[in-house]
Design a protein around this ligand. Structure first.
Ligand code: FRU
Length: 553
């Protein structure tokens, strides 16, 4: 089936076949980036989970290795589930992961590399004393999973957190340890938020308030804020919040309780399809890198037919927005730029109500960086005119998508489009008269939204096709900027340098192979927009099984 085979991505990490979900235990060791992942070797649907394993020199080109961990013990017989890596002071590595036992109880297990002199970390030993943690009193047997990377307490112990729930309150349990074999449980939680349900894949890490470099997980101090992220099992959203961590009582307090972890108005890493993410500190380049699982939006039947399901997002560097201190900023790792081939530069004025083709040749593998300005006199007129709708209720998700016209938007790109625009995925800004927002500074009289509308992305009818997006902070003097990475069935969009990110899965039936085109549009009623942008054709990455040749010997 030529439509289905076109959907496979060219430079996103995915296994050769079958099902993948969460990223697990990412780390950098002796010149290699290691990536582990939840993998079903037997089918394109979830089940029989093992740890797939791949290595890379640059986080772009990958070599698949033999499975790192498989269910071969009573304590992980029903699945080797999500876990995280910790580097000990002597440079050795411990891995904590959740096992689903022979009786489907969730327990935490310890594993470590058999041979630390092997840069590929091919063999993993399970600690004979496993499990090291079982569900504590008051916690459901199936509500205890996904241990984090450990960090150091001021007393020199290691500390981890594990997501759970009590009734409908999402919680994060805390344990201290010195040897990763025995643990002391705290009676209090790192954090809890009512009505958020089970917290999966909790992540906890420091970010610098002033510098744009990443911080190792144990770093703390006056210059540091801490992020708590949890993957909300009920809504399938990765929510984070920024706050302060107290080492002495192992608690964390959000800066703004109105946007606490997991509340519906709270922050998300990504407003599209993005889940079960995990960061790690890359000691090689001094940055914190975020991996996220991007599942399918088509049907399970389609996945079975195409023989695979899910990709991983392009790894992103993640830092606090040192300008606003109110969001994180995420940006595709620099290394992705090594796939850029030929580029074309454009400078175009787009009148209200126009769509223009962008001549870039085939448009299935692209990287776009764009800057937009709205003609100032148009903005001024609109501000002088009280009859212009103030768009108080605007939201990407519920305001009708890119065909609904406002005074100052929408404008942006239609990607993965065919000639007749019968299929297209618009990625756009929608600007409204300023209204108070939890994230907009006092300095802007406009409110800007960044959206992706997948509702016309395919003629196929077994696909979920939402309009995604959110408010994006735009500071005084900033132009509107977006970056879009397109790779067959995935579109990753980054607004304002990565303050708001949107990943979508799209499945065109006409806009495929040579018929895939790129358009620029301005669907505003009153505003003329100027777009300056650069478009690169993107090469494919080498992602294939490891062979001896790959060692260069
Ligand atoms: C999140 C998750 C984790 C669990 C794993 C099982 O997607 O449900 O909580 O450990 O996947 O594959």
């Amino acid at each position: 089936n030529t439509i289905l085979s076109w959907q496979r991505t060219a430079f996103h990490f995915q296994p050769e076949k079958n099902w993948m979900n969460d990223p697990n235990g990412p780390l950098y060791y002796k010149g290699w980036y290691h990536f582990f992942y939840q993998y079903n070797p037997n089918a394109a649907v979830w089940g029989d989970i093992v740890w797939g394993h791949a290595v890379s020199k640059d986080l772009i080109h990958w070599l698949y290795l033999p499975f790192a961990l498989v269910p071969d013990q009573w304590y992980d017989a029903n699945g080797v589930w999500t876990g995280s890596a910790t580097f000990l002071d002597d440079g050795s590595i411990v891995m904590l992961y959740t096992g689903s036992t022979d009786k489907f109880v969730q327990v935490q297990n310890l594993a470590y590399p058999e041979d630390l002199s092997d840069p590929l970390l091919l063999k993993w030993t399970k600690y004979p004393g496993n499990p090291v943690l079982v569900p504590p009193p008051g916690i459901g047997e199936k509500d205890f999973r996904d241990p984090t990377t450990a960090w150091k307490t001021s007393a020199g112990k290691w500390r981890i957190t594990i997501g759970s729930k009590v009734n409908k309150t999402g919680i994060s349990l805390i344990y201290d340890t010195t040897d990763f074999k025995t643990y002391e449980k705290h009676d209090t939680w790192l954090h809890q938020v009512p009505n958020t349900g089970m917290w999966e894949c909790v992540d906890f890490y420091p970010v610098s308030k002033t510098k744009t470099k990443g911080l190792d997980t144990s770093v703390n101090g006056r210059d540091v804020k801490h992020i708590v992220k949890a993957s909300m099992d009920d809504t399938r959203i990765d929510h984070y919040a920024i706050g302060t961590y107290y080492d002495s009582n192992a608690t964390w307090v959000p800066d703004n309780p109105a946007i606490d972890v997991g509340v519906s108005t709270g922050l998300r890493y990504d407003y599209g399809k993005y889940y079960a993410s995990k960061t790690f500190y890359d000691q090689n380049k001094g940055r914190r890198i975020l991996w996220g699982w991007i599942g399918e939006s088509d049907s399970e039947a389609a996945d079975v037919q195409k023989g695979w399901s899910s990709v991983q997002g392009i790894p992103r560097t993640v830092v606090l927005d040192t300008k606003t201190k109110k969001t994180l900023v995420q940006w595709p790792i620099k290394e992705i730029e090594s796939l850029r081939l030929t580029s074309k530069k454009f400078h175009m004025k787009v009148e209200p109500g126009t769509v223009v083709p962008v001549e870039v040749g085939p448009a299935a593998q692209l990287d776009i960086e764009a800057e937009f300005t709205i003609k100032k006199s148009d903005v001024d007129i609109i501000f002088g005119d009280d009859s212009v709708d103030t768009d108080k209720e605007f939201s990407c998700e519920t305001s009708g998508g890119s065909t609904v016209r406002g005074a100052l938007g929408p404008f942006g790109f239609s990607v993965l489009a065919d000639q007749s625009l019968s299929e297209q995925t618009p990625v756009y800004f929608y600007v409204t008269k300023g209204k108070d927002s939890k994230l907009s500074g006092k300095d802007s009289k406009l409110s800007t939204f960044f959206c992706t509308d997948t509702s016309r992305s395919t003629k196929a009818n077994d696909v979920v096709k939402p309009v995604y997006g959110s408010f994006v902070p735009v500071l005084k003097g900033e132009k509107l900027t977006m970056r879009i990475i397109i790779d067959h069935s995935i579109v990753e969009a980054f607004g304002q340098g990565g303050r708001t990110c949107i990943s979508s899965r799209v499945y065109p039936t006409n806009a495929i192979y040579g018929a895939t085109k790129l358009y620029l549009f301005n669907n505003a009623i009153d505003a003329t927009v100027t777009a300056s942008f650069k478009v690169w054709q993107m090469n494919s990455a080498f992602i294939h099984p490891f062979s001896a040749d790959d060692l260069g010997v």
